[in-house]
Structure formats: C-alpha cells, structure tokens
Design a protein around this ligand. Structure first.
Ligand code: NAP
Ligand code: ZN
Length: 349
C-alpha cells in the first residue's frame, strides 16, 4: 500500500513529502497506524550522510508509537486497536546466540528501522516519518502508558532504551554516583532513568541555560563542563558516566572523574572520532571505556513497563512534519527541551 512519508533524496537536500510503499502484512506481521514519531540525532546523522552507507531516498524515524490496524493470520500477541511502539530494530536473524538471549541489538544481521536491508522494494527499510509501518510481531512493543501520554512515550523507543540498557548493565542504583554527559534527547532520559533507579545523578552540560532545568529532570547536581573548577570538584568520584554527546570531544575530562574501576560508557556516535584518550588516565585507576547500542526487545519492553509504572515519559516539543528541517537545525544548536516529536496526523494532507 502507498502511504505518505517525509524523507530526503540526498544528504545535502532537505526532507520533503514522499510516497512510499508498505508491504501487505504477512502471517507474522503487525501493521501499525503511526500516531507520533520522535526525532533522534541518529536520524540527522543518517539522512545527512554523516555516517557511511545511507541509501536514498531516506525516510528516518525509529521512535514510533501508534495503533495496530491489522495483523497477520499467525499473530496472537497483538490485535487491531492495541497501543504499540517500534524502536530501532525491525528484524534480525532470530537464531544467533544474541537473538536467543533477546539481545537482537547485537545480532550481526540486525535490520534497522530505516536504511536496513529488506526484501521489500526498493531494498532498504523506511522509518517512522510515515503514516504506517509493517513489522514482524517479535519487534513490536506493548505500550501501557495512558493514551494521553502517547506522544511523550515515543522517545522511550530509542532515547529511553539506549540509556536504560547501560544504566542497568553497569548497575546504576542506590549508593552509585552516575554522570550523564550531554542533556539532549538521550541525556535527559538518562537523568530521569538513573534518578528513578535510585542513583546519585550528576548532569554534565555545555549549555548554561540547562543548569536549572536539568535539576527538574532529576539531576542531584549539574556541572557546566567548560568550568574547570566545577569539574575538579568531582575528580575520582564516579562509578559510571554515560556519554551521550553527539560531537567529538576530549574524553580525558570525564575519565579523570571516574573512581577506581569506574566506567565511561559511550552512546553518542559522532561522525568523526573523539581525540584518543590518555593511557595514564585508564591504567592508574583500572578505569574502562565502553560502548552500548540501544537494547534488545525484552529489555525495551522492561524499560517501557518500568516507565509506565512510574509515570516516566520524555519532555517533548510536538511539531508538524513541515517543521522537521527547522527542528534539525535547532537540535544541532542544542535548542530543544528535550525531544522533538512529529505529529504524524500532519502527514495526512
Ligand atoms: P541531541 O538531542 O542532539 O543531544 C546531544 C547533546 O550533546 C546536546 O543536547 C548537547 O547537550 C550535547 N552536545 C552537542 N554538541 C556538543 C558539542 N559539540 N560539545 C559538547 N556537547 C555537545 O542528540 P541525541 O538524540 O540525544 O543523540 C546523541 C548521540 O547519541 C547522537 O550521536 C546519536 O546518534 C547517538 N545515539 C546512539 C545510540 C546508541 O545506541 N548508542 C542510540 C541513539 C542515539 P548540552 O547542551 O547539555 O551540552
Ligand atoms: Zn535513536
């Protein structure tokens, strides 16, 4: 079926209205009428070809929420009318050790929600800046938040799980001091989630204007990272720092803040590498630099339920599809508190 979408024909072209084809649901497929889709910085990296391998036209969007409008004959877990979400994963091999453990995010044959290989025409996937999507039931998430919160739930599908998963893996919780660097879409969810897990949370920002608002998100302390005295006050004190910054920067400034055996976990994916960190900062305190990629499907459902039980959603600015290009510029200027979400009803005309 043909549906309205928003995407770009080249890395140096703005996004514009497009028509794309969605497959008829197969036996295990769920068809979703998309209500809202968040704008992740990864969408911008990909559609502007800042990362290698973008295929055009490119329709981004992997923070998808909506209602089921049809299901295949073999689908038993979902029915028309259910509130559901789709994150960054729409397929994987389903057989490797990672898939068997529910860590589909680390499957070598992971299919991303956009720009991933698919037998569907034209050969790569299209994301959530579109009216409908058809996805195998394994990758469909159930949403238990009240419907009024649906737009603000959308960012949980990427920003939420990408911060929840490393916070859980590195045991954020009571008695732990956790830093979150970069208070954007991912970072603001990292603050909310680490706070909800019971950790002492310190937010690192380059934006003075976020000093007060970060406290409202749940940060116990806020550090403006350009201020050397403020940084020095936290030397050798962190168990974990989650680095969500979308641009290359000096990692040593954060490594020196880790206590012995502390970990700096990178989730931001700048288009050019960070300057190499100093070895001394690693070996003298047995510190580690790690990375983390979104999260698997079972953990994404766990995160959604954790948030539903506690009333946690993203702080969002709702926009129309024809505001996407402006939203990208504002995101580059760190001028969003804290996630743009597209009202997909605006694609109808
Ligand atoms: P975002 O909303 O643009 O937030 C990034 C934040 O980083 C900004 O708000 C800003 O925070 C800070 N920042 C930006 N430029 C900076 C600079 N030059 N120097 C220092 N700080 C800077 O982006 P996002 O959607 O949260 O995504 C963040 C990164 O994570 C992107 O690279 C994205 O591709 C990546 N990502 C990774 C995964 C994964 O699985 N690992 C998943 C999703 C996204 P302040 O104003 O507070 O300084
Ligand atoms: Zn994302």
């Amino acid at each position: 079926m043909l549906v309205n979408a928003y995407g770009a024909h080249a890395g140096d072209k703005p996004l514009e209205p497009l028509r794309i084809t969605r497959r008829t649901p197969g036996a295990h497929d769920v068809q979703i009428d998309i209500a809202y889709c968040g704008i992740c910085h990864s969408d911008l990296h990909q559609v502007r070809a800042e990362w290698p391998g973008t295929r055009f036209p490119c329709v981004p969007g992997h923070e998808i929420v909506g209602r089921v409008s049809a299901v295949g004959a073999q689908v038993s877990g979902f029915k028309a009318g259910d509130l559901v979400g789709i994150g960054c994963i729409v397929d994987s091999c389903k057989r490797c050790p990672e898939c068997e453990e529910g860590l589909e995010n680390y499957c070598d044959r992971l299919v991303g929600t956009y720009n991933g290989p698919t037998p569907d025409e034209p050969g790569w996937t299209f994301g959530g800046y579109s009216q409908k999507i058809v996805v195998h039931e394994r990758y469909v998430l159930r949403i238990r938040h009240p419907e009024e919160q649906l737009a603000a739930v959308a960012p949980l599908l990427c920003a939420g799980i990408t911060t929840y998963s490393p916070l859980r893996h590195w045991n954020a919780g009571p008695g732990k001091k956790v830093g979150v660097a970069g208070i954007g879409g991912l970072g603001h969810m990292g603050i909310k989630l680490a706070h909800a897990m019971g950790a002492h949370v310190v937010a690192f920002t380059t934006s003075n204007s976020k000093r007060e608002t970060a406290k409202a998100l749940g940060a116990d302390e806020v550090v403006v990272s350009a201020n050397a005295d403020e940084m020095a006050a936290h030397v050798k004190s962190f168990d974990l720092i989650l680095d969500t910054v979308a641009a290359p920067h000096n990692l040593d400034a954060f490594l020196t803040l880790l206590k012995r055996d502390g970990t700096l976990t990178l989730v931001g994916v700048p288009s050019t590498p960070h300057p190499s960190p100093g070895v001394f900062n690693l070996i003298f305190k047995r510190r580690a630099i790690a990375g983390s990629l979104i999260g698997g499907i079972p953990e994404t459902q766990e995160m959604l339920d954790f948030c539903a039980e506690r009333g946690i959603v993203a702080d969002i600015e709702l926009i129309r599809a024809d505001q996407i290009n402006t939203a990208y510029e504002r995101m580059l200027n760190s001028d969003v508190k804290y996630r743009f979400v597209i009202d997909i009803a605006s694609l109808a005309a």
